[in-house]
Design a protein around this ligand. Structure first.
Ligand code: MSP
Length: 528
């Protein structure tokens, strides 16, 4: 049976343009989805827009638009960005879609019928920016601001339906304990337990009555469903849960051979690691395989965010340097789970060092030598005549392939990339060490052919491994080497599989950038 992989991003608020932080999350999900697809999985990637709630209603009003008209416009911008970034999603879920609205209403009815909800009154602090009722540990008591986003908290007092989450606490803790890889990085689990569960989980207010932009509770239409319950449900509604066509739900949630992974930013861990599993327990549904919380992109002002006004628009970088360069930078520089810094300088230096110098150079040198010394055809390797160094390189290739898989399976994308670049460095060093031009001049044909064949193989394997990240350029490398398909390499190496392929249209893959010129360009652009 084909293994399946269901992967999701958070659905983003369409109250402002997306920035590099959102791009990072979505690229991570896309890279993992592409990787799994190459491993033979049937993959379903969902991203989307979280369109309801007070924050969106407020923003639409500021724009003198109805919330629906406003979010329709913003969603087009989201989709445009994902297209430019080569995000290959299977479903874009919008919480204002009728199918989603109806399913959330059904979920609410189910919870009500099974006595998980009761009508009461909420009084306490609320953060509109996070759309969150603030737990005591999240309030900065000095000025009543939110410790997560530093935004001002408002005091709300309104009738509400409460979800009896406390009743599931024990089951949740048991689940954590029995599934050590459920929450990742591991310290998030400790944080959830110590900050939120141990102090006692209050019943969660899951409806609001003081505004109307949201999903109406059928049983009591003055109430609208709390935006986080609405939003979290997207992971099910995107698959057709409780809808007429629920084939994807059966395939990607119910079947046991499906791996389910949610990628989120660390600031929304509480919702995903506590309330989401509890909601699934209440619905009697299986849990995801893993919930992975990544760190933030930061710069000198702190977390990149719309409220701080320190955002970088990914479209500017894509237009000038192409999507692959940005995908590569974010995947190479961010250690999953940790914060990492963005600066134009870091981005440009990463491009020049790894893409232009290491990978680009290896391709340019190799294709030029194959054209000059072998009439443009990749030569055959004679395994009976290889040197010890070449045997070591073949072992290194095999080890790179198996270690890459191991690391990607554990979501260590940046380490996996580093391994591939070690291999690329081995290729560049092989050229420096063996000086193929002298072998040509002295007619050492077999030795020359062995080296050029190995270099071709390193390029094919490195670019195939990097293809979930460098979507267009890996394909370009394959085409330059005369190949018509990218195949995920396995341990069963056939070094002569590329022999006699004809080099086609060799050209510079990643032109070297003049850092000073580019910095001036970017600084002008972003400070405008
Ligand atoms: N709508 C909710 C999510 C609901 S999911 C059921 C939401 N939306 S958001 O527009 O605020 O997006 C938050 C997400 O954007 C983060 O969880 C993270 O994935 C991404 N990021 C936003 N800023 C970021 C950084 N500075 N760095 C990295 N990722 C960041 O929360």
């Amino acid at each position: 049976m084909t293994p399946r992989f269901y992967i999701t991003t958070p659905i983003y608020y369409p109250n402002a343009n997306l920035h590099l932080g959102h791009a990072y999350t979505t690229i991570t999900a896309d890279v993992l989805a592409r990787y799994k697809k190459m491993q033979g999985y049937e993959v379903f990637l969902v991203t989307g827009a979280d369109e309801h709630g007070q924050k969106i209603a407020k923003k639409a009003a500021e724009n003198n638009q109805s919330p629906q008209v406003f979010v329709d416009y913003m969603v087009q911008k989201f989709k445009n960005l994902w297209e430019k970034l080569d995000i290959n999603y299977q479903q874009f879920i919008r919480t204002s879609a009728q199918s989603h609205v109806e399913t959330v209403q059904k979920i609410f009815t189910l919870l009500l019928q099974q006595d998980d909800l009761y009508l009461g009154h909420y009084q306490g602090w609320y953060c509109i920016a996070c759309e969150a009722f603030s737990a005591a540990s999240q309030i900065n008591k000095i000025n009543n601001s939110c410790q997560v986003c530093q935004g001002k908290l408002i005091n709300i007092a309104e009738a509400t339906y409460f979800f009896k989450v406390g009743k599931y606490t024990k089951q949740l803790l048991n689940y954590y304990e029995k599934h050590p890889l459920f929450l990742w990085p591991l310290h998030r689990k400790t944080e959830m337990i110590n900050n939120f569960i141990k102090p006692g989980l209050n019943d969660l207010s899951i409806t609001r009555t003081s505004f109307t932009w949201g999903i109406k509770v059928l049983e009591n239409p003055q109430h609208i469903v709390y935006v986080w319950i609405d939003a979290l449900s997207n992971y099910l509604t995107a698959l057709g849960f409780l809808q007429a066509d629920d084939r994807n739900f059966k395939k990607f949630w119910l079947e046991p051979n499906c791996e389910i992974v949610h990628i989120i930013g660390k600031e929304i861990s509480r919702f995903h690691m506590i309330y989401w599993p509890i909601l699934l327990m209440a619905l009697n549904l299986r849990q995801p395989s893993a919930i992975l919380a990544h760190g933030w992109i930061i710069n000198e002002v702190g977390k990149m965010s719309k409220t701080k006004g320190n955002v970088i628009d990914p479209l500017i970088l894509i237009e000038r340097y192409q999507a692959d360069s940005l995908r590569f930078f974010l995947m190479k520089e961010m250690v999953f789970g940790n914060d990492a810094k963005y600066s134009h300088e870091l981005f440009l230096n990463c491009y020049n060092s790894f893409l232009a110098n290491d990978l680009g150079n290896l391709l340019a040198r190799t294709t030029a030598m194959i054209i000059k010394y072998c009439d443009g055809k990749i030569p055959t390797i004679t395994l009976t005549k290889i040197t010890n160094n070449e045997t070591d390189i073949i072992d290194k290739i095999k080890k790179t392939i198996s270690d890459f898989k191991m690391l990607m399976d554990q979501f260590h994308i940046n380490e996996a990339i580093n391994l591939v670049f070690e291999l690329i460095t081995v290729g560049n060093k092989l050229i420096d060490l063996t000086k193929p031009w002298t072998l040509y001049q002295t007619n050492q044909t077999i030795a020359l052919h062995n080296i050029l064949n190995l270099l071709g193989n390193i390029l094919v394997i490195a670019s195939a491994l990097l293809s979930p990240i460098l979507v267009k350029h890996s394909w370009e490398i394959h085409q330059q080497l005369g190949l018509v398909q990218i195949i995920m390499p396995t341990g069963a190496l056939d070094l002569n599989g590329i022999s006699n392929k004809v080099i086609k249209n060799p050209k510079i893959l990643f032109p070297r950038l003049n850092i000073k010129t580019e910095l001036t360009y970017l600084d002008n652009y972003f400070n405008k």
